[in-house]
Design a protein around this ligand. Structure first.
Ligand SMILES: *[C@@H]1O[C@H](CO)[C@@H](O)[C@H](O)[C@H]1NC(C)=O
Ligand SMILES: *[C@@H]1O[C@H](CO)[C@@H](O)[C@H](O)[C@H]1NC(C)=O
Ligand SMILES: *[C@@H]1O[C@H](CO)[C@@H](O)[C@H](O)[C@H]1NC(C)=O
Ligand SMILES: *[C@@H]1O[C@H](CO)[C@@H](O)[C@H](O)[C@H]1NC(C)=O
Ligand SMILES: *[C@@H]1O[C@H](CO)[C@@H](O)[C@H](O)[C@H]1NC(C)=O
Ligand SMILES: *[C@@H]1O[C@H](CO)[C@@H](O)[C@H](O)[C@H]1NC(C)=O
Length: 486
């Protein structure tokens, strides 16, 4: 009797666990039925316009698209769906009254790719709110009351491609968003942005700028802003081409069109290099992942396979010169072809017939000269304020004090020369007195002479970036983004 009972002992919990599993499975099968408020078409659940105050319970686990738009939902709690929905790729919650989303709300839907939270009453995007959504590609948040985007709200959303934040109350430009690796569209139009990080924006690749919408914001008028948007206009980037009339800025409490500002005309600058430099020229296309072909100024194709050639093409399409020569200067053309459109870009390369090392040398000389001059001034002051005592004591010894003067001056103004352009510096020993007596004069002359060498003649703009206008990623894609159900 004992052995069987012993056997039954450990088996009983297992058996009951198995029965429980069967029960759950049966319950799961029972869930197949469509929630009463919804229309179901296989894995699509359409529950819109039902004035639902809560998400219907018992959603089938195979749901791929769930439409809860135009309802009366105000909170999305952590437990809004008791069952995990691993197949859900699209969740539509627009036109509700959502003002709260739990930080765990998206845990049951880890494979979401499309999330529509537009036209709700959200106020903030909290820290790591979307961090569970590693596969999210499109997020619609327009027409809410969002005032602040937490810097880490989108930290782990590495697949995010399109983020619509227009018609909110955002006043700080969320620079961390444009650094998301796949983001090609960030709509920040109709917000409260006043200042933009202009130099950071200018440095972004064209394919990011091409999807950065900033119109209808009370931007602060400045010529830097004008230059930024003029550059975008020159590159025919969508945010300026499509919304030029809506690009406003505020100056003296008045609204101006950015392009009506009285700023100096925008000019595209050439790439500047010095003899022997390693130079990389980018083919800054408006789309990612295009196939790029470079032509030299003499219309020869640059081959990437030639090992000993002075110029190569990187895998990412950038043109690279190992040691640039003066003869390499000229207008290079990049032909980029993509799935949706082709693009032609011209980049002018200007190579100076001297090394940047020599250039720095001149700068260093100038620096030492300046330091020397300052030292001389200090010495003059020391001399002026300390010698009277000596003169007082031995007023007659004038010639000797004069000698000391010239001695100290020649000892301390060891700077090579006051003219960096003139080669010799050892023969001017007797000129040192000039520097000694008028220390400011040569210093200024120094700067004056240096300047032309410093800011070298800026070459004229090349006809850069002539391209066809056929943009697949236009704003109308808000509506064409509705996902296809598999
Ligand atoms: C929507 O919900 C609010 C409370 O959250 C309620 O006052 C209102 O009556 C609801 N509207 C409808 C149409 O059910
Ligand atoms: C630019 O100058 C013109 C003429 O001088 C003037 O009418 C216009 O108001 C100015 N624009 C701005 C934005 O100040
Ligand atoms: C590059 O290499 C090829 C053969 O590998 C050779 O014929 C050619 O002269 C080389 N060119 C230069 C500039 O060294
Ligand atoms: C392309 O790759 C090279 C190195 O492989 C890098 O120096 C360059 O910055 C890259 N270009 C772009 C546009 O990222
Ligand atoms: C881009 O150019 C290639 C040839 O270089 C051509 O075959 C292709 O059709 C062009 N694509 C578009 C969208 O114009
Ligand atoms: C560069 O300058 C040197 C002298 O400074 C001159 O001999 C050489 O011909 C110049 N090269 C070109 C390509 O102008």
């Amino acid at each position: 009797m004992q052995p069987p009972r012993d056997l039954r002992g450990p088996w009983l919990p297992l058996l009951s666990w198995f029965l429980l599993l069967c029960e759950v499975a049966r319950a799961g099968r029972a869930l197949v039925s469509c929630p009463t408020a919804c229309l179901c078409a296989s894995n699509i659940l359409s529950c819109s316009k039902q004035q639902l105050p809560h998400v219907p319970h018992a959603l089938p686990s195979y749901t791929a698209l769930l439409d809860l738009s135009h309802n009366n939902l105000s909170r999305l709690r952590a437990e809004w769906t008791p069952t995990r929905l691993p197949h859900l790729h699209s969740l539509l919650l627009s036109h509700n009254h959502l003002n709260f989303i739990s930080l765990e709300a998206f845990s049951p839907v880890p494979n979401l790719r499309y999330l529509d939270l537009s036209s709700n009453q959200l106020r903030t995007l909290d820290e790591s709110l979307f961090s569970e959504l590693q596969f999210l590609e499109v997020l619609l948040l327009y027409n809410n009351h969002i005032m602040a985007v937490d810097r880490s709200a989108f930290e782990d959303v590495a697949q995010l491609q399109k983020l619509y934040l227009s018609q909110n109350q955002i006043s700080r430009f969320p620079l961390e968003l444009v650094r998301l690796p796949k983001l090609t569209l960030l709509d920040l139009s109709s917000n409260k942005l006043k200042m933009l990080p202009l130099s950071d924006l200018q440095k972004l690749p064209a394919w990011v700028k091409n999807g950065l919408y900033l119109h209808n914001n009370p931007l602060h008028c400045s010529c830097e802003l004008y230059q930024l948007f003029s550059h975008w206009q020159h590159r025919q980037l969508s945010p300026v081409v499509d919304f030029q009339e809506d690009l406003h800025c505020v100056s003296a409490k008045k609204l101006h069109s950015v392009f009506s500002l009285n700023c100096s005309e925008y000019k595209e600058h050439a790439s500047v290099a010095h003899l022997g430099d390693a130079v990389t020229i980018h083919c800054d296309t408006r789309q990612q992942g295009m196939t790029k072909v470079w032509l030299t100024p003499s219309n020869e194709r640059v081959l990437d396979a030639v090992a000993n050639s002075t110029v190569t093409v990187f895998e990412n399409g950038s043109l690279h010169f190992r040691r640039v020569q003066v003869e390499d200067g000229g207008v290079y053309t990049c032909y980029a072809s993509g799935e949706a459109f082709n693009e032609t870009l011209s980049v002018e390369l200007k190579v100076y017939n001297f090394t940047s090392y020599g250039h720095h040398d001149t700068l260093n000389t100038a620096y030492t000269t300046l330091v020397g001059c300052i030292l001389s001034v200090v010495l003059v002051l020391i001399y002026l304020y300390l010698t009277p005592c000596r003169c007082w004591c031995r007023g007659v010894e004038k010639p000797s004090s004069h000698q000391g003067d010239s001695l100290s001056s020649s000892m301390l103004s060891t700077t090579p020369n006051h003219d960096p352009m003139a080669g010799g510096d050892k023969d001017d020993g007797f000129d040192r007195r000039v520097a000694f007596l008028e220390p400011a004069g040569p210093g200024q002359g120094q700067n004056g002479k240096l300047k032309p060498g410093n800011t070298l003649p800026v070459p004229e703009a090349a006809g850069k970036g002539q391209r066809r206008m056929s943009d697949p990623e236009s704003v109308s894609s808000v509506f064409s983004d509705t996902p296809i159900v598999v």
